[in-house]
Design a protein around this ligand. Sequence first.
Ligand code: AMP
Length: 114
Amino acid sequence: MTNAPTLFERIIARDIPAEIVYEDGDYIVIKDIAPKAPIHLLVIPKKFSARIDDVTDEAEMGRLWLTASRVARQQLGDYRLVINAGKGGGQEVFHTHIHILGGWEGGHSVGFGE
Ligand code: AMP
């Protein structure tokens, strides 16, 4: 039995449309469909893992963060990176991803829960 592809695997395969802002052989960065900030991007590794703490390889973890921070710097300058892990942490799509949030006018100083 094969597992059904995740939503993000379907986006990577161009099976579901998305606004792609960056892509290389290992990562895709798309605009979030329901933005929680003026600019809200998702950094998604093409290699499947369900959640961030399933990534055990140091190089993979490093490249994920390097990709996220590089794209965030290029797209936004200043930004916030967020990861939800597990249902209790607010994760809805079980394919590892980093949220890039930013674009607030005049900066942003609200707490983490907002
Ligand atoms: P999380 O709650 O951390 O799993 O984040 C999943 C994110 O995926 C949410 O912010 C959703 O708005 C976003 N999302 C869901 N469906 C799509 C889609 N088709 N295209 C882009 N983003 C999506």
